[in-house]
Design a protein around this ligand. Structure first.
Ligand SMILES: NC(=O)c1ccc[n+]([C@@H]2O[C@H](COP(=O)([O-])OP(=O)(O)OC[C@H]3O[C@@H](n4cnc5c(N)ncnc54)[C@H](O)[C@@H]3O)[C@@H](O)[C@H]2O)c1
Length: 257
């Protein structure tokens, strides 16, 4: 028997780009527990990479979705409603900022850069949850990905820190709104992991070194550890948890100096 059994459960994953994506590590954990998964891909340019990444799961449903386009988000759920009827969980592992708005002076953040980062990385959770809720007829679990720069300064992370602060606030407001329908909304605050998105953050390697040196566990986290935490949050082992930001950071965030 599996430690956590999600046989018969169905969920959609927003945010796989390639094999290094956190969303893929989460998908592997969910699939190993027996869940059936559907995936979205951002655009045609990424389609092939996502297809290749998810191929080990057979040929799961793949749907195009730019999460900044409400009509595309709605269409993902229309499609899932038609094929599955209901939904048990959603993984939102999506973020984007313009290159010029990562690194350099935070005060140089442009109005446009702020809008782009907040829209893709924070606002996108709202329609993703709003359209999922009617399909979660037996309750559900929604998990998004955040980073500690929501609360503390990580030079270079800049406007993405602002976006993560907004995202975590949304998690609490959405958890309150959908709690009466037994839909839980939580975030995982992960330590630095080498991914496509992480590569665009100046000083990312220094961040990894700082975590390994100062975190209580004296190492960086692994992709699989985030997968395990997400699996827990999508399972019945976490039915009492909502509105939480769960650190998976080798303990880094508890340290003063
Ligand atoms: N890598 C880290 O160190 C780290 C740490 C903490 C939190 N996170 C968060 O984890 C999440 C996943 O990032 P990752 O590190 O796996 O990188 P990644 O590049 O593999 O994933 C980011 C995903 O966001 C998608 N995306 C961007 N704009 C989108 C849009 N408008 N609509 C739909 N999808 C869009 C991309 O296609 C990609 O699949 C992000 O929210 C990121 O901020 C990452």
């Amino acid at each position: 028997m599996r430690a956590i059994d999600l046989t018969g459960k169905r969920g959609v994953i927003f945010g796989v780009a390639n094999q290094r994506s956190i969303a893929w590590a989460i998908s592997e954990a969910l699939a190993a527990a027996g869940a059936e998964l559907a995936f979205t891909y951002l655009n045609e340019r990424l389609k092939e990479s996502v297809e290749k990444t998810v191929a080990p799961l057979g040929a799961p449903r793949l749907l195009e979705c730019d999460a900044t386009d409400d009509a595309q988000v709605a269409s993902v759920y229309d499609n899932l409603k038609a094929s599955w009827g209901s939904l048990d969980f959603v993984i939102h592992s999506v973020a984007y900022a313009e290159k010029d708005d990562l690194g350099g002076a935070f005060s140089a953040t442009t109005r446009q850069g702020f809008r782009v980062a907040l829209e893709a990385s924070a606002y996108s959770l709202i329609p993703v949850v709003r359209h999922a809720a009617p399909l979660m007829t037996a309750g559900g679990s929604i998990v998004t990905m955040t980073f500690e720069a929501s609360e503390r300064v990580f030079p270079g992370y800049n406007v993405m820190g602002t976006a993560k602060a907004a995202l975590e606030n949304e998690v609490r407001q959405l958890a309150n709104e959908f709690g009466p329908s037994n839909i839980r909304v939580n975030a995982i605050s992960a330590g630095p992991l080498a991914t496509l998105a992480a590569r665009s953050i100046p000083g990312f390697n220094d961040m990894r070194h700082a975590f390994a040196e100062r975190a209580p566990l004296r190492r960086n986290i692994t992709h699989a550890e985030v997968g395990g935490a997400a699996l827990f949050l999508c399972s019945d082992l976490s039915t009492g948890i909502t509105g939480a930001v769960l650190p998976v950071d080798a303990g880094y965030s508890i340290m003063g100096i």
